[in-house]
Design a protein around this ligand. Sequence first.
Ligand code: PMT
Length: 404
Amino acid sequence: MSAGLPRRVLLGVCGGIAAYKACELVRRLRERDIEVRVVMTADAGHFVGAATFQALSGQPVRASLWDAAAEAAMGHIELARWAEAIVIAPATAHLLARLAHGLADDLLTTLCLASDRPLWLAPAMNHLMWAHPATQANLATLRARGARVLGPASGAQACGETGEGRMLEPHEILEALAPPPAAVAMRGLRVLVSAGPTFEDLDPVRFLGNRSSGRMGFALAAAAAESGAAVTLVAGPVALPTPAAVARRIDVRSTPQMHAVMLEQARAADLVIAAAAVADYRPAQTSARKIKKQGGALRLELVENPDILRDLAALRPRPFLVGFAAETDALEANARAKLAAKGADMIAANTVGEGLGIETSDNALHVFWHGGEHVLARADKALLARRLLALIVERHAAREARPA
Ligand code: PMT
């Protein structure tokens, strides 16, 4: 695929209620002058008719391997070769399972197997089907083979339940397909990202920690790496696989460990994004033995941890620094105060708690820098990471352009 949008997209549509959104996706792709050929699974026809896709794409719609007239016009191997990218939206749990196992039992799966072009999957399904270990294992297999998974988002579902499994909106899929123009500016940049929580040990079995899942930081690391940056990811204790394009991952546990690694790695970084939820305090002492119940209250003495971001700001030469601010209230005031106090170039502020920002699959950000601000609306963390990165690249370029 050339830089920018693919010019010829093969759009696979599976049988799910989100198939209606695929119509809008075809329209938006056509608006960008992208040729679209739609291939429907047998079940997709229960939700949207082929005539709709045909009218929107201006091309015949294929649904079967055994359509002699269609095969005579453009055989399925030819069709696989024609596509610069394959996008499947919606991708059902059944389709993911078939792809993961390399089945070629209908036209769409056969085309996927006969193609080495980028494969984009926009899953849509019931939240329990999404969370099922079988689906997650299939996704892991597909990701490991290079498939890019877009979403899903969480929210109200057609089945009446709420959770993760809604297909991304067509404009979000389009945005994911089109690398942000700023991506060009990331090529060759050395980017250091921190992610996840820190754990401060009390004794061999207990620790003070926080709810950070690492998703925001991992999404930023993935987005930067996919945009051509050389990324080092410093991760607190999380249960996330390393994004495929990330060159290096260093796992740490406590704030002092993260502090040491970040300061060392930052010396070889052009840009640092501090998305980790770092503990401000740690126990004054870590007991070598399990602390016994003594009856009555137990007082813990906490000492202040080093401030990683502030210490990074004191480095000379100093990388471009992007911090986060996780707030439950007074988001803007606290974020502006952190921008000044920590000496960062930008602060991405998010409201956390009660299902927001932390431990979630989506987030919303209010980004501040000296002399400006920008709101990034609520979105899946992968998409939000790309948007934030575009903003970071813009600000970084502005700093580089300034006379020293
Ligand atoms: O991991 P997820 O579940 O996806 O959740 C994402 C997130 C909510 C954790 C993330 O978006 C986020 O907000 N990360 C920063 C959390 C945090 O520690 O915020 P803070 O306001 O306490 O700290 C401000 C900044 O200073 C942060 O960039 C932090 O990394 C940094 N810091 C904080 C304390 C410290 N001792 N050293 C630091 O460098």
